[in-house]
Write a protein that binds this ligand. Structure first.
Ligand code: CP
Ligand code: NVA
Length: 315
């Protein structure tokens, strides 16, 4: 049973498959207009140390539609690790609310919230990973291809938080994952060790994007400069030249390959405007699926009927 959603490293393939099944089930029921008030009377505290559009809004809407409420808290105001230790924030919040979602710089803050709090903790992005994004992405890929097994997902750009979670999600879902990145912005030895036996087979790393995308079903990218790395922007802009998703790269992939980006996108840096607007771009399906995927996370972590909803979703 899931207790937190902090990193996909802490989730097994069965739990991941349950989350996808529940997300699809809740998405379908929302389209039918069925109310799902499983979290009536519950509150989610949402701490944001970094800006957000999708994460904040999709969690707020998800909590509202599940019959609960959410409270947005600016990271500067709480000052986790500055005004007071994260472990104290975790214990205080646990006395007020039934769940905590946090977007942080240091992943350790997420780990500490989960270790010291007594309510479920959800990672809404850390410097290390973005599990909510990867769950929504796999939901989107499955909707477009009808399966995950046997697909090849190629990430072009920085082996960053989004890339790390996507790679892990591919392993959990049975897809192949290739990252094409400059050597300086590749997976670290620690990342490679965490992939275990998947590394070198199901997960591979190359430096030539053109070779990487041959046979790809999905071309995925994210910004070259993530939040918190602004001081490195100029050197990153230079280092990532040639690692752009554009129509020429798309032409080398499978004829039905899809283009994905977690957004926000920097048009004509990591992706061209034409690629974002391409008929095979599914970036807004991804954005929508953040809502459905996170509803599944909230439902399985915070509602009392997780087993029942999983059984219903799998019928
Ligand atoms: N993709 C994503 O997490 O978007 P926000 O930064 O707008 O939340
Ligand atoms: N890698 C990006 C993702 C934004 C959703 C960042 O961390 O800024």
């Amino acid at each position: 049973m899931l207790t937190h959603f902090t990193s996909l490293d802490a989730i097994d393939a069965h739990e991941f498959s349950d989350l996808l099944a529940v997300a699809l089930y809740l998405k379908r029921r929302r389209a039918w207009g069925v109310a799902e008030h499983a979290l009536t009377g519950q509150t989610l505290a949402m701490i944001f140390e970094k800006p957000s559009l999708r994460t904040r809004l999709s969690f707020e809407v998800a909590m509202t539609e599940l019959g609960g409420r959410s409270i947005y808290i600016r990271g500067e105001e709480v000052g986790m690790g500055v005004r007071e230790p994260v472990k104290d924030v975790a214990r205080v919040l646990s006395r007020y609310v039934q769940g905590i979602m946090a977007r942080v710089f240091a992943h350790q803050s997420i780990t500490d919230l989960a270790a010291y709090g007594s309510v479920p903790v959800i990672n809404g992005l850390s410097d290390e990973c973005h599990p909510c994004q990867a769950l929504a992405d796999m939901l989107t890929i499955r909707e477009h291809f009808g399966r995950l097994e046997g697909l090849t997902v190629v990430f072009v750009g920085d082996a960053n938080n989004v890339c790390r979670s996507l790679a892990r999600a591919c392993v959990l879902g049975g897809a192949r994952f290739v990252v094409a990145c400059p050597a300086r912005y590749a997976f670290s030895a620690k990342d490679i060790a965490a992939f275990g036996s998947a590394w070198g087979g199901q997960v591979t790393q190359v430096h030539d994007p053109r070779a990487a995308v041959a046979g790809a079903h999905v071309l995925y990218t994210d910004v070259w400069t993530s939040m918190g790395q602004e001081a490195e922007k100029a050197e990153r802009l230079q280092a990532f030249q040639g690692y752009q998703i554009n129509e020429a790269l798309l032409a080398l992939a499978q004829p039905d390959a899809r283009i994905m980006h977690c957004l926000p996108a920097h048009r004509d840096e990591e992706i061209t405007d034409a690629a974002v607007e391409h008929p095979r771009s599914i970036v807004f399906d991804q954005a929508e699926n953040r809502l459905h995927a996170q509803k599944a996370v909230l439902r399985l972590l915070m509602a009392k009927d997780a087993a029942t909803v999983i059984a219903a979703a799998r019928r």
